[in-house]
Unconditional design. Structure first.
Length: 462
């Protein structure tokens, strides 16, 4: 296998060409192996200014923030302040959703592993004050329950805002301050920004979003999502090196760079234990732990998380058994294609891990049970209609809602083809990937109850 120096040289020599091929304006890559760190960066952070990326540039890490939020929660467990299996209302009595019985039963563990069952893509702006997370809880009081707590996996951003509020209540301080004081500080991280006012102190990436009729992304109209969603990943930004510092603590059994026990070894292990199995969703893991995705890759297991904000995408993979971690931070274009190229090469060369190929349409599409999948599915993000045209082709038509309707052009209809059982993939890749669409559950008449793409959108047609 290659040494860190050898693979680092390859990344350094090829990164600029790779990002250009995938229309990614800029990328930052970090590799941890054998206790040593390599970093590289290339491209333009912001097409409005022309500022070039360097290894000290901060990118938003999006939902990788959820592993930070989970770590802050597990610190509370270590201190005896929180029981993962007690109802959330024991700590935060104000937690309310439309189904009061579910709200009374949901536990912190269920929030951490995305099985709480309530509608989770609620990007509600409750202001920029330190009370925005507290106010968010009142704003989700009418969030519908999609399924019983613990029944199945459905990725839930709102759940992690609730977790952020648990941290605020038990620490008696705003979430952002808790993150700096209990993680970034003890880990000796130097380029960590929890909002735009901190990010502007560094060379900061701006996201770039698709424009109609072009493969080349343009600068996004805003830097971030709303502050109320910070515990779920709406704002946190840092360098690849700093994200590797967080990963290193998890590799080293919870120990910080100066020997301080930032997280107990027991909690490090608990975060990596399987809590729920996932449908085959391509880019996502095979299972979910507490905060971490778990990937059953040859040479693994591997844990990690991805993040996506407005025009920025981030990827973190850790191979605990080898002490290897890889970070890829980007600000637009087709980041999944870049991720696949870099992560396959790097993990294969220095960790002996074989990353499976991303899903592609089969040469001969598998047969599809049309009666089961056709219909309308809905969430707070979009309404999705799955229909068949006169030629027998299957199409997905999405109408975006809320903030997602304001960003970029309306999505074009997507042709879906049979891939694996009740899962279909787009005939043409979107942003470098054929994202699986799994049709799961039963509405009582044999039809799928959910369209699952990581989030379970519920059938709404009669």
């Amino acid at each position: 296998m290659s040494t860190l120096s050898e693979i680092g040289t390859w990344v350094q020599e090829n990164l600029a060409e790779l990002i250009a091929a995938d229309n990614v304006p800029a990328a930052s890559v970090g590799i941890l192996a054998g206790g040593e760190v390599f970093t590289a960066a290339a491209g333009i952070l912001n097409k409005n200014t022309g500022v070039e990326a360097d290894v000290d540039s901060v990118f938003q890490i999006g939902s990788i923030t959820k592993t930070w939020t989970t770590t802050l929660i597990m610190q509370l467990v270590d201190e005896g302040l929180l029981d993962l299996d007690a109802p959330v209302r024991d700590t935060v009595p104000a937690f309310t959703i439309a189904d009061d019985a579910a709200a009374s039963a949901i536990t912190t563990r269920q929030l951490l592993s995305h099985v709480s069952g309530f509608e989770g893509d609620l990007f509600i702006d409750t202001g920029v004050g330190d009370d925005c997370v507290e106010k968010y809880l009142a704003a989700i009081a009418d969030a519908p329950q999609l399924f019983a707590p613990g029944e199945r996996f459905s990725y839930n951003n709102a759940a992690f805002v609730v977790l952020g509020r648990i941290i605020e209540v038990l620490r008696d301080k705003p979430f952002d301050r808790a993150l700096h004081e209990h993680l970034a500080g003890p880990l000796k991280l130097t380029h960590v920004a929890t909002d735009a006012s901190q990010a502007i102190m560094f060379r900061a990436a701006l996201g770039h979003i698709p424009v109609e009729g072009s493969d080349v992304p343009e600068p996004a109209p805003v830097w971030s999502l709303v502050r109320s969603n910070a515990p779920a990943g709406s704002m946190l930004a840092m360098t690849a090196r700093d994200l590797l510092g967080f990963a290193r603590m998890h590799i080293d059994g919870g120990t910080g760079p100066d020997g301080t026990q930032v997280l107990s070894a027991e909690s490090v292990r608990a975060m990596q234990e399987r809590q729920v199995e996932l449908p085959d969703l391509g880019l996502m893991g095979n299972a979910w732990g507490l905060g971490w995705e778990i990937f059953d890759w040859e040479g693994g297991p591997v844990v990690g998380h991805d993040g996506g904000t407005i025009g920025q995408s981030a990827f973190l993979r850790i191979v605990p058994g080898t002490g290897v971690a890889v970070v890829i931070l980007t600000n637009g274009g087709s980041p999944v294609s870049l991720y696949a190229t870099l992560m396959t090469k790097i993990l294969g060369e220095i960790a002996g891990v074989t990353m499976p190929a991303l899903p592609v349409p089969p040469d001969s599409p598998v047969d599809v049970d049309l009666e089961r999948i056709l219909g309308t599915y809905s969430s707070s993000v979009s309404d999705s209609v799955v229909r068949q045209d006169e030629e027998g082709r299957i199409w997905l038509e999405r109408t975006m809602k809320g903030i997602f309707a304001e960003l970029g052009p309306a999505p074009e209809p997507v042709e879906l083809v049979g891939w694996n059982g009740d899962s279909l993939v787009p005939a043409v890749p979107e942003r470098g990937m054929h994202m699986p669409h799994a049709f799961v559950g039963d509405d009582g008449s044999g039809r799928a109850l959910y369209l699952h793409t990581g989030r379970a959108d519920r059938r709404v047609d009669a």
